[in-house]
Design a protein around this ligand. Structure first.
Ligand SMILES: Cc1ncc(COP(=O)(O)O)c(C=O)c1O
Length: 410
């Protein structure tokens, strides 16, 4: 196990006070904080190497190109891709999913075909598929939640058919914390010849990921949800599929020969990275990946499981407080809850007064939240720097909320 208090000291933001109290940050599903090494990597890049990549002959350009391409290799190693050419840098997970929808799925889907998603999806892995299926007159099928808020494998199997061309699923719900059985989902999809895109935004920074053993065809995620900078996303794609995918953004750097009325494109992944990419943030992302692996993804996962168990136990001590979650063994490090008769935004306001940052609202998953029969939820999400004391501070904020709104004594 690792020392979360020592780790916290490596994140400058934790020296901040919010409303006079030390910051407790429980909004990690939204974005994570950044360790000093990531901030240093950014400063170092801009202070010592800054230049455009893939084009200059001068030394700084060469150094920047080498570091950018080394980042591609590092990401490939982190998720166990076969080779770095299977890694495309995008601006975020949303951008990566849209690239698959427009560049790949649009090529293989026609009238009457179907795409299957789950009821857990974030808007990022829902709206692109709504748009595509509308444009192609195809069907969008949604695997419902099982009663215990887990993935309904039987319903999924019943939906699959030779009409299914793509299956697009999140690995972990950003609202309920439910972990989906991705390996099995992929196996079932492949039986009917469908391709699988996994939205790994909530999973990849919280446990080991091996895209080869998952067997998925595409895997999308964002650097900012795993200690990295904002503005960097990753699309992993099996190379033979990337060769079939068409570019959707055109311009400099993605071309080989350009004539006045036509152009030829680079091989993947370069043909999907038109224009100047987010060089500095991609390079600084490497420091985040090194940091996560130094602590250990298994240790991070175990730590979050412990915190989730603890938070659920402490919050259930308060009558009426409703934890909206699957059975513990199906959950990642997320605890969503409702305080009866108190709007989640009011709850989050009191928590903020106590220096505790939580998320409230629809969590960019409106159909999911509304299907639970509520208009909004409160959500705590944990990470490697979260301590048991942080959860105790959240419990005190919960007590305060109940005192203010429910006239409770504790
Ligand atoms: C499950 C899931 N998918 C996709 C996204 C979109 O990530 P981004 O906003 O970085 O594109 C999020 C963000 O919260 C998410 O939780």
């Amino acid at each position: 196990m690792f020392d979360q208090k020592k780790i916290k000291k490596e994140f400058p933001i934790f020296s901040r006070k919010i409303n006079g109290k030390p910051l407790v940050y429980l909004d990690n599903a939204s974005t994570t904080q950044k360790p000093e090494c990531v901030l240093d990597a950014l400063t170092n890049y801009y202070s010592s190497h800054n230049a455009n990549i893939h084009r200059g002959i001068h030394q700084l350009s060469e150094e920047s190109t080498v570091a950018y391409e080394a980042a591609r290799k590092r990401v490939a190693r982190f998720i166990h891709a076969r080779k770095s050419d299977e890694i495309i840098f995008t601006k975020n997970c949303t951008d990566a999913i849209n690239l698959v929808a427009k560049g790949f799925a649009s090529q293989i889907i026609g009238k009457g075909d179907e795409i299957i998603i789950s009821a857990f999806e974030h808007h990022s892995n829902l709206v692109p598929w709504q748009e595509l299926t509308k444009a192609k007159k195809a069907g969008l099928k949604v695997v419902p939640l099982a009663k215990d808020l887990t993935f309904d494998m039987n319903a999924y199997k019943r939906m699959l058919s030779t009409r299914t061309k793509m299956v697009c699923m999140t690995a972990q719900s950003n609202v309920l914390g439910t972990v989906l059985p991705i390996k099995k989902i992929v196996q079932e999809a492949h039986k009917v010849g469908a391709y699988v895109l996994v939205d790994g935004a909530q999973s990849v920074g919280h446990g080991k990921t091996n895209v080869q053993s998952l067997g998925c065809d595409f895997f999308a995620f964002s650097a900012h949800k795993m200690l990295g900078p904002t503005g960097v996303g990753v699309l992993y794609g099996r190379y033979d599929l990337l060769e079939k995918m068409v570019p959707v953004i055109f311009g400099g750097d993605m071309v080989t020969i350009v004539e006045q009325h036509s152009a030829q494109y680079q091989r993947p992944p370069y043909r999907f990275e038109a224009g100047t990419p987010n060089i500095a943030d991609v390079i600084a992302f490497v420091a985040a990946l090194d940091y996560l692996e130094k602590i250990g993804l298994d240790a991070i996962h175990a730590h979050e499981q412990k915190l989730t168990t603890y938070a659920r136990t402490r919050f259930s001590e308060y009558s009426g407080v409703n934890i909206v979650a699957p059975p513990l063994e199906y959950s990642g490090g997320i605890v969503s809850f409702i305080v009866p008769s108190v709007h989640p935004h009011d709850v989050a306001t009191v928590f903020n007064q106590e220096g505790v940052a939580i998320r409230s609202g629809l969590h960019c998953a409106e159909p999911l939240v509304r299907s639970l029969g509520v208009d909004a939820l409160c959500r705590m999400s944990f990470y490697l720097y979260t301590t048991q004391e942080d959860i105790d501070r959240a419990v005190r904020a919960l007590q305060k909320t109940r005192q203010i709104f429910c006239r409770a004594k504790t």
